[in-house]
Design a protein around this ligand. Sequence first.
Ligand code: AMP
Ligand code: GLY
Length: 431
Amino acid sequence: MTILLLGSGGREHAIAWKLRQSPTVTRLICAPGNPGMATLGQLLPVNPDDANGVVELWRQLAPDLVVIGPEAPLAAGVSDALRDAGAAVFGPSKAAARLEWDKSFSKNFMERHGIPSAASQSFAAEQIDAARNYVAAHPLPVVLKASGLAAGKGVVIAQTTEEALATLDQMLDGSAFGAAGETVVIEEFMQGEEASVFAITDGKHYGVLAPSQDHKRVGDGDTGPNTGGMGAYAPAPIVTPELMQSICQQIIEPTLRGMAAEGTPYIGCLYVGVMIHNGVARVVEFNSRFGDPETQVILPILTNDLATVMLAAANGTMEQVGELASEGAAACVVIASEGYPGSYPKGKEITGIEQAESREEGIVFHAGTAMRDAALVTNGGRVLGVTAINQQGNLADAVRHAYHAVEQISFDGAFYRSDIGHRAVGGGNRA
Ligand code: AMP
Ligand code: GLY
């Protein structure tokens, strides 16, 4: 089959890499893709957020399936435009993706359907007085979230009421996150450890992928500002089989039932970010797509044929796929540009990728790279995600191999966390 894949990050590179392993995939087209994906498929410079442009491309190429990687095209209605044109699409409708692009909706949805999450209340800009009163009376720390899309940066955990009130003002007046912050979700701070669980679904039936853990803070020991994710590993042992079963029963199933009952069935990958405390999981957030960099560890250990699974989700035949299975363990270390998640330079030449990939089971996924005068250069904050797999499931070994591969790579200003996987394998991963 021919597949059109939308997106250009590390997540999409990992999806392309996995799709290419399927004997059913004869042609892969990436719009726009990235230099790392050029060996896996044809790259076409089409903007994935432009519904008309993507539908036009679909008409020209007539692919059997369109896979939408990032959230922006979903929030822009690209999946709906494609379905209206007759395409088979892996990715939720704009109305279903609202679970991610409107956190206020998402919290109300969870409340309506009895899905465990932090207690919260949402306020629009014109409710500023009520919001200030609510914040002032809230126990500390208090969590403030911009309701709209903010590239993983729209959450502030305020330790004092003064900080919370100042943040609230900046969100509601649009100075902190623009329009995304003009509605604010104020919620209870949840203690515990986070994990990411992904379900692939046709709206009714679903399968879960290996649970993973992301490292959101920029610095070792989970310090510094939040990023899109500095590394990941899977499977995450904190999500025991019993806990996974309860996440399925208490969170995933009521979510899929609720979305279907409200007339917005959810098709694609449902990302459930959970906080685990005393063996109980509550939802931190839903995303309407695969996680990045979690995908870079989850797909390499998936034993199912991804193309077949995605097509079944798009066509409503997930029941025939049965359970999804994973084998082994994987770790991914993100190499970022100096300054990230703040501003950073671009155009720094990257060397050593071939050496990194020549090492046993090292895979280098491109997240923010570009070609300039036949040289590979940096073009983003998160530049590369270096994954290593251990087939026997030895995570410490996968982590060690990932770091060995990382050490082959250099560019001006490169940095990475040295403690990826620490919760599962302890510190001192670099030995
Ligand atoms: P989100 O964008 O909703 O994933 O939030 C970003 C990060 O903020 C999460 O990964 C958590 O680490 C943290 N966070 C969000 N909501 C809460 C909460 N209610 N309690 C504790 N931490 C939270
Ligand atoms: N790694 C976090 C996310 O994809 O949202």
